[in-house]
Design a protein around this ligand. Sequence first.
Ligand code: HEM
Length: 413
Amino acid sequence: MEGSADTEEPPLLPLALSRFHISEEFGFLLPDPLTELPAPYSPWMDIARELPQLITSHQLRSRVHQMPQLSPQQLRGREELHLAHLVLSFITMGYVWQEGEEGTVQVLPRNLAVPFWEVSQALGLPPILSHADFVLANWRRKDPNGPLEIENLDTIITLPGGESLRGFILVTLLVEKAAVPGIKATTQALGATLQGDEESLHRALEELAGAIEAMREALRRMHDYVDPEIFYSVIRIFLSGWKDNPAMAHGLIYEGVSPEPLAFSGGSAAQSTVLHAFDELLGICHRQDCAAFLRRMREYMPPPHRAFVEQIRSAVSPRHLVLSSGDSRLRAAFNRCVSALAEFRSYHITIVTKYIAVAAAKAKARRAEPSARAGPAAGKPPSALEDKGTGGSHIFSFLKSIRDTTREGMISA
Ligand code: HEM
């Protein structure tokens, strides 16, 4: 097994994207991820490919119990490790949540826990499903030569939720893709700031604002592909973690790894590197509690991406050059970025209201109906995370605060 956590100190500036495992074409997405593991790992792949059926028929746990304990030693390179992490994280989420929030387990069996832990260690990722698995490493093109458009895309591994789950993953991927010119503009803006080059900084900020606006457009597509009821009642529970979650208040014992239960947050796009990078670039300061949550989410990013955010944080923010130049054109471009970021966050709140708050109210009404049965697959909606995100935040106070502190980042004349 080859570890790939990047421990080498990258150069200060200009930031070479490849040093941070960021692609010029795909940004933080893993470029054309592998879809098959080597033959010895077919017991994992066989289960992963059948996950939705195994979960809805309540057979996944017994299939996992029969699975041989495989060593990850024969996995080669970052691509195989990422696919192994994707596969084992999806199996783990299915295993834990198969019977809904009232039928969780306290122990992840050794044959799953030990290899999952080892693969996680090699990648520097937590042993739970993260945004890096769910979206960044979970896509393939139907036609390998075709475009990166939703019609030509599919997921590699899936869970219950059918077309809505597929849409949720792929629309999030499109938001990541729309961010790519903004990621490149980020490094250009830092270089221009260092050199005091106002013209280049202006160009970079305009490019960044355009990318954030395109991200918002991409986010709109959620409405076309994701049914709120399915998202709330079926999909969401499988993204939930075992930290700050009343349904798994004591965490999870990874058998053969630690005798004590471990607590990890579930998957959330709060773990996407994109907005962390843009916030740092623009010098946005969030309220202490919100900033602490977002900092914790960085621990769920691939270490090279986390290092990228830290490098931006330690560089001089373009905000200083904009302020010292007194140039109104530069200030307008900077403020266009901040405004686009606040708008993205406002629109995200609209989406979250539809997919969580409104959906939760409807689900609550349905739960009161006498026909409600147990288990996510049986259609009984979960209630433990009504007010909390899968990352464990108190959703609306958190999201609104983040949006408002973004707005405060505007530079006044
Ligand atoms: C149905 C769609 C979505 C829902 C219901 C949703 C829900 C949430 C929730 C509940 C949070 C709070 C943190 C937590 O505890 O998880 C959050 C945070 C966040 N989400 Fe989403 N989300 C959705 C789609 C997206 C997409 C497509 C993106 C873009 C990549 C995104 C980006 C973020 C970011 C960056 C945060 C951190 C807060 C911030 O920086 O503004 N979300 N989301």
